[in-house]
Design a protein around this ligand. Structure first.
Ligand SMILES: C[S@@+](CC[C@H](N)C(=O)[O-])C[C@H]1O[C@@H](n2cnc3c(N)ncnc32)[C@H](O)[C@@H]1O
Length: 273
């Protein structure tokens, strides 16, 4: 299946495929439990507490149809479906992530309420008004066509639906040197043509709630550094010494960048205008 992606987006997709297979290794699950309180193979910074908050904010019930965009291996979509007994459609591009997600859904006894679709979030294959709720966790900083994702989301949600998502951005008003340092430590497509409030407004979304999650992002990254240090030997066995050292160096550098105020991680809750 062909998707409209740039070379750099394709390269990122390939990297995610490798990452998702590894998330199932026991040591990775141990680290994930410590960092985010879950073990679904998560690849965003969404913690269990934040997933619980999403459930409240999205006002989901057993009859709700949720779509989780950039669903990875099913975090937090499957957890949300399990907790509030709703149905969820998981959308992502790497097949391996969705395969892992469906296996987990089956293990959790949720096979009848969890479905998946390999699809581009910027070109969604669903008809107008198909869903009650949309979630995505740090998806928009992993792709270039942010406006198209928000437009497509607006098209497929019901008029009384709710969308809640987290996203990481470069902190506003940085001068060139800190800005460039932010980019080195950031998710690949963190740069946005416009700030998210403007993008949401221009794509037909009214922001009903907003939270700054940067402090929690810093704390999670701090736990990630500590967990990687404590699991050094197991990580070296899984990834090799060089890769596990590079990984730790990247977490440390990212943590310092967050502490230096180079990023913001935000939660937006919005409804169709
Ligand atoms: C930060 S990860 C989040 C994964 C998962 N939801 C989690 O919280 O762990 C972002 C996900 O977005 C997916 N993604 C990136 N571009 C996409 C696109 N154009 N359409 C659908 N998914 C995309 C990536 O493959 C990746 O799985």
């Amino acid at each position: 299946m062909a998707f409209c992606c740039t070379e750099s987006e394709l390269a990122l997709r390939k990297r995610f495929e490798g990452v998702y297979e590894r998330t199932q290794a026991p040591i990775m699950q141990t680290i994930e439990r410590r960092v985010c309180g879950c073990d679904f193979g998560g690849n965003s910074w969404t913690s269990k507490d934040q997933a619980d908050a999403l459930i409240r904010l999205l006002r989901l019930g057993p009859d709700s149809d949720l779509i989780d965009l950039g669903a990875g291996t099913g975090w937090p979509g499957i957890y949300i479906a399990k907790t509030c007994s709703c149905s969820v459609t998981l959308v992502d591009l790497p097949k391996i992530g969705l395969q892992i997600a469906l296996k987990r859904a089956e293990e959790e006894g949720l096979a009848d309420r969890v479905s998946s679709r390999i699809a581009d979030a910027a070109d969604l294959p669903f008809s107008e008004g198909s869903f009650d709720a949309i979630s995505h966790s740090d998806l928009l900083c992993c792709l270039i066509r942010k406006r198209a994702v928000l437009q497509q989301s607006r098209r497929i949600i019901r008029n009384d639906g709710i969308m809640a998502f987290t996203v990481i951005s470069v902190a506003p008003d940085l001068s060139k040197i800190p800005y460039d340092r932010a980019l080195v430590n950031a998710p690949e497509f963190i740069e946005s043509e416009e700030n998210y409030r403007v993008l949401l407004d221009e794509t037909g979304w009214a922001v009903t709630e907003w939270q700054d999650l940067t402090g929690e992002y810093r704390d999670s990254c701090d736990r990630q550094v500590s967990a990687d240090i404590e699991s050094r030997e197991e990580l070296a066995e899984l990834l090799g010494t060089v890769e596990s050292n590079v990984r730790l160096a990247k977490w440390r550098s990212k943590l310092q960048a967050i502490k230096d105020g180079l990023f913001v991680r935000e939660l937006f809750v919005c409804q169709p205008m």
